[in-house]
Design a protein around this ligand. Structure first.
Ligand code: ZN
Length: 316
């Protein structure tokens, strides 16, 4: 079986064709057109799918692809496939009937879930040692443009009654703190996203860093203006991990997202802090990185196809 795994974010839409054994047949990505709201975002997503379908020679007369799995930013009802809530990172996205729109356009089965959920599912698919223990609980926290999160307990995703299960980015870390684009104040995302880190360092130093790697390089050179910001960042991150460990009590907490690209500069400090807290969960960097969301979305539609007993040719 061959399916498309699609990952819709505020910066880019990424897609790949993958087989049920996890082999990637084609990949394509495009900048997300957020300037024209919902229509623009949909056009970006369609364009990625159209390109992948033409690469593999799929059409309605001779279908090659059997389904499309979608992971999207925002809160998603995985049953209806609707976007229940989205911030201005994806303007106009809230209320989009994503599953129905894709099913009508491509005449294929479609699954939809939150992008952090698909990232965790993808990580579990490709990371066998973690997957073997998934019944004991795995939490994922992604520190990128925003902060995403997902929880797997008893081997299953916990989406919750308002589809916000695992939305660690919007728990309040600092009461009355920085304003968040979700309408609250002091959300974790305003302190632990890569974007928030760059903003905080630029404000404190008067410099204009554009990426985390140069910040962490200066940190490693013991730059006195950068140091306290990074220490604060690590402290907040450790508090969060300790809180997750105590509340959910998973075996593993996986850290992903762009901030992890610089982990060699700060991982030892995080471990020291976690040691001080006596944090019980094992905190590890995610392995699959940028492709996890696409793998997870693909895995979800493959499982749905299996349940529907669609004939599966394992040799493809
Ligand atoms: Zn928030």
């Amino acid at each position: 079986v061959q399916v498309i795994g699609l990952d819709i974010g505020g910066t880019s839409v990424k897609g790949m064709i993958v087989t049920s054994s996890g082999s990637i047949q084609a990949e394509f990505k495009q900048h997300t057109n957020i300037l024209e709201g919902r229509e623009g975002i949909l056009q970006s997503a369609f364009s990625v799918v159209d390109t992948l379908l033409s690469k593999i020679g799929h059409n309605e007369q001779s279908p090659v692809i059997q389904g499309i799995g979608i992971g999207s930013a925002g809160r998603i009802d995985p049953v209806s496939g609707n976007v229940v809530f989205a911030t201005e990172n994806l303007p106009g996205w809230q209320g989009t009937q994503l599953k129905q729109t894709f099913e009508e356009r491509y005449r294929l089965p479609v699954s939809v879930d939150n992008d952090a959920n698909t990232a965790l599912v993808g990580e579990l698919w490709r990371n066998t040692s973690i997957s073997l223990n998934k019944k004991q609980g795995v939490v994922m926290l992604t520190l990128g443009t925003g902060v995403g999160g997902a929880n797997v307990m008893n081997g299953q995703l916990v989406t919750g009654s308002h589809y916000q299960g695992g939305e660690w980015g919007h728990i309040i870390l600092v009461p009355g703190g920085r304003e968040c684009n979700c309408g609250k104040y002091g959300c974790l995302e305003q302190y632990l996203s890569g974007t928030a880190l760059i903003t905080a360092v630029n404000k404190a130093t008067g410099r204009s860093y554009t990426n985390g790697s140069s910040i962490f390089e200066d940190f490693t050179k013991q730059d006195k203006t950068v140091e306290p910001i990074i220490h604060q960042f690590i402290y907040y991150l450790a508090i969060m991990l300790e809180n997750i460990s105590t509340s959910i009590d998973p075996k593993y907490i996986l850290l992903g997202g762009g901030v992890l690209d610089s982990k060699d500069h700060w991982w030892h400090l995080l471990e020291q802090q976690l040691h001080t807290f006596e944090t019980k969960a094992q905190v590890l960097p995610a392995m699959v990185k940028n492709q996890a969301g696409m793998y997870g979305a693909a895995s979800q539609i493959i499982n749905i196809l299996r349940e529907k007993k669609v004939s599966i040719d394992e040799t493809t």
